[in-house]
Write a protein that binds this ligand. Structure first.
Ligand SMILES: [Mg+2]
Length: 355
């Protein structure tokens, strides 16, 4: 099985369409499974696939390692049940006897049928059971559909049913490619600065850039475009701000500049909220917008104040010609505010919801 690696999958972060195929973890062989830990976690019923999980496909001889593993599981107090839709029930019965395990044989996996029968027979809850198998499309999917945790084992032999080899394994490889993107490769869990933070930061910056362009563009249109009978919106707003009088064009435009910034900035923040929720942090499920927008705006508004304060402060520090100091101050303020916004939105607004 190409691409197979043992370790733990982050099932919650796997896209919903593929989650049903995602095992909890993958192991090179059943010997890697930490039975004692599972027992301590409350597992007591093992639902075992047979072919290529416990022994090579179609063989009669059970490997000594499997026999030892089964003995250890029993000693730890596990109930063992072979879950198989084999067309050779006699062989299944023989294997079960050698292993000293129970069997269920019914509608083929990924049907829930056999899993349900086994749970009922042992009066076990879904949480108390664990499925172990070598095929994503049958063992793992069937277990997940039944609400049972599943461990994926590397198939013992290359030899297997021709349909499995030609069709299922190819599909499995494709699904596996996606699943392994949500993989922590062993016991280590990704920390605060997992690789996805880089992706988040790049996306957040791109969204920020888009919103800045939107803000400036819209503000420019309101200031300059003759939309109202040949007059600009800034004309009307400026005159409304200043009241009656003989004002120069510059005074009118200066008076309108700030007030027109309010709706365009608000729209830009809303735009950022939308794309960061949908794309950067990919919030899943029906998370209500209201409280999230409120938090997003709160962070963004503090960011705006911060940009003014930092900008003014840095400008005073820089002993440069006016134009240059203005540019430098803007640059520093932008970087500071970017980090403020990024961490604020990631760990406050979208905390616990994103990927
Ligand atoms: Mg199998």
């Amino acid at each position: 099985m190409r691409g197979f690696r043992s370790g733990t999958f982050e099932r919650e972060s796997v896209p919903r369409v593929l989650r049903a195929f995602s095992p909890k973890s993958a192991v090179e062989s059943i010997q890697e499974i930490e039975l004692r830990v599972l027992r301590e976690q409350g597992k007591r019923l093992l639902l075992l696939d047979v072919d290529n999980t416990l022994l090579p496909w179609r063989e009669e001889e059970i490997p000594p390692a499997t026999m030892e593993w089964v003995a250890e599981a029993k000693a730890l107090g596990f109930d063992l049940c072979l879950v198989s839709n084999t067309r050779n029930p006699e062989r299944l019965a023989r294997l079960a006897e050698k292993l000293g395990a129970d069997t269920v044989r019914d509608k083929f996996k990924p049907s829930r049928r056999m899993f349900t029968i086994a749970l009922e027979r042992y009066q076990a809850t879904q949480d108390e059971a664990l499925t172990i198998g070598d095929q994503l499309l049958t063992d793992i999917l069937g277990a997940n559909r039944s609400g049972i945790d599943a461990i994926w084992v590397r198939p013992m032999a290359k030899r297997e049913f021709v349909g499995t080899r030609i069709v299922s394994r190819r599909v499995e490889r494709m699904i596996g490619t996606f699943l392994y993107r949500h993989f922590s490769g062993g016991a280590a869990t990704p920390g605060l600065f997992s690789h996805s933070i880089i992706q988040h930061m790049i996306r957040f910056a791109l969204v920020g850039g888009l919103s800045t362009i939107l803000d400036a563009g819209l503000h420019g249109v309101l200031m300059l475009a003759p939309l109202l009978d040949g007059k600009t919106v800034a004309d009307s707003v400026g005159h409304a701000m200043l009241g009656d009088g003989n004002w120069t064009a510059k005074q009118v435009s200066d008076a309108a500049f700030g007030p027109l910034k309010v709706p365009t900035t608000a729209l830009a923040i809303l735009n950022s909220y939308y794309w960061n929720r949908k794309w950067t942090f990919a919030v899943e499920g029906e998370v209500p917008h209201g409280p999230m927008i409120a938090r997003f705006f709160a962070v963004a508004l503090v960011g705006l104040v911060l940009s003014v304060v930092v900008g003014a402060y840095v400008k005073r520090l820089l002993h440069m010609p006016v134009e240059a100091s203005w540019g430098g101050a803007t640059l520093v303020a932008t970087v500071v505010v970017y980090f403020w916004n990024f961490f604020g939105q990631r760990y406050f607004t979208f905390r616990g919801h994103g990927r």
